[in-house]
Design a protein around this ligand. Structure first.
Ligand SMILES: Cc1cc2nc3c(=O)[nH]c(=O)nc-3n(C[C@H](O)[C@H](O)[C@H](O)COP(=O)(O)OP(=O)(O)OC[C@H]3O[C@@H](n4cnc5c(N)ncnc54)[C@H](O)[C@@H]3O)c2cc1C
Length: 301
């Protein structure tokens, strides 16, 4: 088996640039990545001026827009807007940026194996660089990286056909807020798991009904994001629709079905009573209490 000075696990920006630098310094380097490039990954795609200064590879070919206006907003309300004299962030798409960086490492002489996962039992290198990202396994394999806290992230890409170019071009909008500052979604998910019912979980967590919850969320999204509301329905969104709104829809449909079933059952019961009363009236002839009897649907004999 061919032996290398270094094995770099992961071909994201960290892995590619490390491999590039090692190869540039004369080391023989093998870089493996379980994915095949170009591949995507959740990320805003903003490369800060500082990150670009540290990057040994020119990223200009994959830059799509430059940001010189930064809008920092707090809880969807107050905003501070500052324009810089030069671009402070260069916007890229990760599938293009990462493929570009990996190509540069390859051109530097790094041997790249795509579609290959890290196997600790099969390391033919003097050193291993774990650059396999937040969900990588290299650190764990070497008993490192304890205490990692995992979170969930969502990403959506919006074209200028949907977002207002005048409002968003060359501007980074940073929103510092949570979906619900008092509760967050974690309480809701815990309640959902405990109660086994989305309706009850929403009531117990937020003190409102399913309908109110849906209405409020839609109003809030529209108010905050205007033209982007459509997108937020599909993105913030993206997962919210999948994780909350789709089950919400089914929960509501289930509830409506139950209501409908109850109405049908009530109608059938009323009909049955009326039918039985009618039969009784036929059988008992004049035995009814008299002209004051007001039983509905009962034919008088
Ligand atoms: C929603 C979101 C938005 C973000 N926005 C920005 C932003 O605008 N600007 C910014 O600078 N940062 C942003 N970040 C952070 C940025 O994405 C990460 O810091 C960056 O991707 C880390 O790069 P990396 O090379 O360490 O890992 P990654 O880019 O995650 O690459 C890791 C690679 O390792 C590979 N891999 C994983 N496991 C294995 C294995 N067992 N064997 C082989 N290969 C493996 C994966 O396939 C992947 O290609 C954002 C992050 C999120 C979640």
């Amino acid at each position: 088996m061919k032996r290398f000075d270094a094995l770099v696990v992961g071909g994201g920006p960290a892995g590619s640039t490390t491999a590039w630098r090692l190869a540039d310094a004369g080391a023989s380097v093998l870089l493996i990545d379980k994915a095949r490039f170009p591949r995507d990954k959740p990320c805003g795609g903003g490369v800060t001026a500082r990150a670009e200064r540290l990057c040994p590879i020119d990223i200009s070919p994959v830059v799509e827009e430059e940001v010189d206006l930064v809008e920092l907003r707090f809880r969807y309300e107050d905003a501070v807007v500052r324009r810089a004299s030069q671009p402070v962030i260069r916007m890229t798409q990760r599938r293009r940026l990462d493929a570009h960086l990996l190509d540069a490492a390859r051109e530097k002489g790094v041997e790249v194996h795509e579609g290959e996962s890290f196997d600790p039992a099969n390391v033919a290198a003097d050193i291993v660089v774990g650059a396999d990202g937040a969900n990588g396994t290299t650190a764990r394999a070497f008993d490192l990286g304890n205490g990692i806290v995992h979170g969930v992230a969502y990403e959506g890409n919006v074209s200028y056909g949907v977002a207002d170019r005048d409002r968003y071009a060359n501007r980074a909008v940073i929103e510092l807020a949570a979906l619900d500052t008092a509760h967050g979604l974690s309480d809701f998910f815990a309640a959902w798991k405990r109660e086994g019912s989305m309706d009850r979980a929403i009531r117990s967590t937020y003190g409102i009904t399913l309908n109110d919850f849906e209405k409020r969320w839609q109003q809030r999204t529209r108010r905050r994001y205007g033209a982007l509301a459509l997108v937020s329905n599909l993105t913030i969104g993206g997962a919210f629709v999948l994780v909350v709104l789709v089950p919400l829809y089914f929960a509501r449909r289930h509830r409506d079905r139950l209501r409908m079933a109850a109405l049908v059952a009530a109608d059938e019961a009323a009909e049955r009573v009326a039918r039985e009363s009618a039969i009784e009236a036929l059988l008992h002839g004049d035995d009814w209490p008299g002209p004051g009897d007001e039983r509905p649907g009962v034919p008088r004999s």
